[in-house]
Design a protein around this ligand. Sequence first.
Ligand SMILES: NC(=O)c1ccc[n+]([C@@H]2O[C@H](COP(=O)([O-])OP(=O)(O)OC[C@H]3O[C@@H](n4cnc5c(N)ncnc54)[C@H](OP(=O)(O)O)[C@@H]3O)[C@@H](O)[C@H]2O)c1
Length: 405
Amino acid sequence: MDREWFRGQVVFLTGGTGNLGSCLLYKLAIQLPTAKIFVLVRGSVQRAIEAWEQSIPEQVEEIIATCKIQFFLGDMTQPNLGLSPENISRLQNETTVVMNAAGDIALSRDLAETIPVNCTSHLTLASLLDSFTQLQRFLHISTTYVSSFLPNGVVKEQIYPLYKDPAEELGKILITGKSSYTKQFAAPYALAKHLAENLLLGGNHKFPILILRPCLISPAIEEPYPLYGSDGAIPVHSFLQILLGDSEHWYLKLEQRLPSHAPCNEIPVDLVARTCLAHVAQGTTGVVHASADLYVSRTIGGFLERMRRYAPEGAAEQVKKAGLHHGDVTAPEFYSMIQQFARDWKIECTRSAHLKHVAGPLGLDLGNHDPEIFFKLRIERLAKSILPKLESATVANNKVYPNIS
Ligand SMILES: NC(=O)c1ccc[n+]([C@@H]2O[C@H](COP(=O)([O-])OP(=O)(O)OC[C@H]3O[C@@H](n4cnc5c(N)ncnc54)[C@H](OP(=O)(O)O)[C@@H]3O)[C@@H](O)[C@H]2O)c1
């Protein structure tokens, strides 16, 4: 796969402070011969650097030292993405590639809350891009959950239409905040992203569009470093924290309550980034999946069995005593969502199968990587981040309810 394609390219990256975006940024800045990377950041440059100091502490200096990074203050939900007129004109004249990895992955948002960031902001970006004079590629990050209304079976790399007129459907949502289709999706987030895909591809834009749909993202195997990834953007880690937080639904009950035969569709974040970059270099258009087929396919049961095998001694007992609370999604709500939507989907990844034979920063040939050893290390790291929270939750519970343990 041709990393040379990136020589001299000027990339505009959104979501560059996020989990996937920071991995893309690392690869674009360090591994590929790009000329410049314009990064859209919210709030301030300081805020972006602080986010990277947390997530990629050992890489941030190296990235900045490339002198490729330039910051553009903005907000995806504002008109013209909140960019200043000078910055818009700079982007219009210089950008050759746009990678759109901004989004709000919270499943708890209602439709009215999620539409601005996960749908209309992407349409604002696309109409701005029609005025970019050098643009060659546009990559938009979506999710395999846009197809979560489908029954069990094969999910192809295509849009499955649902409503007669997506623009009319969005118009209704913008007025009422509601849609009759919401319940068919795993979360309002997925409906917002389904609408965005439809409206982007049907928008008659002047530039080619690549939509990349990752499944659930898991920690990196290699880049920017092994096990990179914030728990908040790794759904399985967030889900586990939600479930561990409820004494009625904790760890040992997981296997009885979850459909163990259903696929646990996860892919490491760096393999998603490699798939994105390879298809950008290739000039692919339309929909591409990045799902477990490109790494290792496991079932929910297989995942839980390994989790129990590799969890440190005493972890289950500690979970039992604690009562963590996580965000605003409760364990019963989560169980009902997963029972309804952990379907037997076979998410096709045929458009990227050739990448399994390609090594290097744009390939999915994993060389000596051992998924089993890696999984063990992942569970050990996860336990390290969860167990101290459980310990303090147990102490707090014992203060409030001295007899609870
Ligand atoms: N995580 C997964 O398992 C998963 C699975 C499938 C698809 N995806 C998709 O992958 C993409 C990246 O997600 P992620 O996992 O990297 O999530 P993340 O870590 O939460 O990152 C989200 C990024 O979007 C930015 N952002 C949010 N709202 C914004 C706004 N109004 N204006 C400008 N930037 C904004 C955030 O900036 P701040 O730093 O300013 O907050 C951050 O850089 C999303 O499109 C998501 O839907 C994720």
